[in-house]
Design a protein around this ligand. Structure first.
Ligand code: GDP
Length: 366
């Protein structure tokens, strides 16, 4: 039994404990391809069961990878670059070469300059202590850049195994499925899902030279917005297609609400445009700063949603972060929700996000 693994998520199969990881009814063992009940439900009923991978297990996995001689492919979600970053990866992987892949490029406006963006990623990676051999931009969902990624992986791995790492929800499974399809014309063999934290255990895919491509479970980055909203709301805040930047000409002392999830106060700096990059399905509501507290108090969960009324009870209060922008073209990032770009320096602003969700300032991505 120990040798049986789910073809979906790679977990070891067991038939004794329904409801626990890897459970499969005994009758299903006769099938050629064995799939755990969790993956079965996800695949056939689009139904997700919650599972958790402790941070320690993930660190153990990274340590294990550090002891191999392999190529590491690190996937990040370009829409949530900072939130999907795995801090300290360089330290764990030792001397192994790293390829950094930015996924979900299809979400960025078509006018985005890809070369500039790749350079931006290289610079950010360096500042965050990672030295990738190369940086690529792909859309695993659409297939853009996958041929190039495959060629690059093949050239960089020099006959070694490949470990694919990334935090949950960056599209790691989608990427691997895409690679398998492109390379072998095969069908999906890994489960993909909407909800973070659903890819468990390592799964190996054989490469033609006897080496393996290994899918690792995703780490849960606790400061991502995804962990503070319901599954229903997660669908609303996760962009599915090209983001249409929304521009607001703001006067001093004006506030923008992004649903009821986040808030931006423009305090000082003269009249100026701000550009909002969020899922098109999130409503933006403009008001006067002096009225903002009262508006949130009265209308959160209704006019200002998501979160809806029922979810509001378990939703953290909004925490305030104040910034003075000292450089031109800066982004204020609400991890996992999106960002706001301000072109000229000198603005004084406050950004609010649910307590626990990180808010940060960075050189503008676009
Ligand atoms: P994993 O947890 O990293 O394995 O991520 P999944 O492959 O399950 O994908 C997480 C979510 O991101 C799913 O809702 C996917 O449909 C979505 N996704 C994956 N790749 C892309 C992409 O290239 N573009 C867009 N827009 N969404 C993607």
């Amino acid at each position: 039994m120990n040798n049986l693994h789910c073809i979906g998520c790679g977990v070891a199969i067991q038939t004794d404990r329904p409801g626990e990881l890897g459970y499969t009814p005994r009758s299903a063992l006769e099938k050629e391809e064995i799939i755990c009940q969790r993956c079965f439900r996800l695949r056939h009923y689009n139904e997700v069961q919650d599972v958790e991978l402790s941070d320690q297990s993930f660190l153990d996995i990274l340590h294990a990878i550090g002891n191999t001689d392999s190529l590491i492919v690190k996937i990040i979600d370009i829409f949530d670059f900072n939130g999907s970053w795995i801090p300290g990866l360089q330290r764990f992987v030792g001397k192994n070469p790293i390829l950094l892949v930015g996924n979900k490029a299809d979400l960025l406006p078509k006018s985005t300059n890809t070369n500039k963006l790749v350079n931006w990623m290289k610079k950010q990676a360096k500042e965050l202590g990672l030295s990738p051999l190369d940086v690529l931009l792909v859309s695993a969902a659409k297939g853009n850049g996958i041929q190039e990624a495959l060629a690059e992986i093949d050239s960089l791995r020099q006959g070694k195994d490949v470990y694919i790492v990334g935090c949950t929800n960056v599209g790691k499974s989608t990427f691997i499925n895409r690679i398998i399809k492109t390379a072998a014309g095969g069908n999906d063999v890994i489960t993909t899902s909407h909800v973070p934290g659903t890819t468990l255990d390592m799964i190996e895919i054989s490469l033609d030279d006897g080496k393996s491509l290994v899918d690792t479970p995703g780490i849960i980055n606790h400061h991502q917005m995804a962990h503070y909203v319901s599954k229903k709301d997660l669908k609303i805040i996760t962009p599915k297609k090209e983001i249409k930047p929304r521009v607001y000409q703001l006067n001093e002392n004006q506030t923008l609400f992004f649903g009821g999830l986040a808030r931006f106060d423009y305090i000082k700096g003269g009249r100026r445009p701000v550009v909002c990059y969020l899922a098109n399905s999130i409503d933006i509501h403009r008001t006067k700063l002096e009225k903002a507290d009262e508006l949130y108090e009265k209308h959160a969960g209704e006019m200002l949603q998501p979160p809806g009324k029922e979810e509001l009870e378990n939703f953290p209060e909004l925490a305030r972060h104040e910034f003075k922008l000292k450089d031109d073209k800066m982004d204020i990032v609400f991890s996992g929700l999106g960002w706001i770009t301000l072109k000229e320096q000198g603005a004084q602003v406050a950004a609010y996000a649910p307590k626990g969700v990180s808010v940060l300032l960075r050189p503008s991505l676009i």
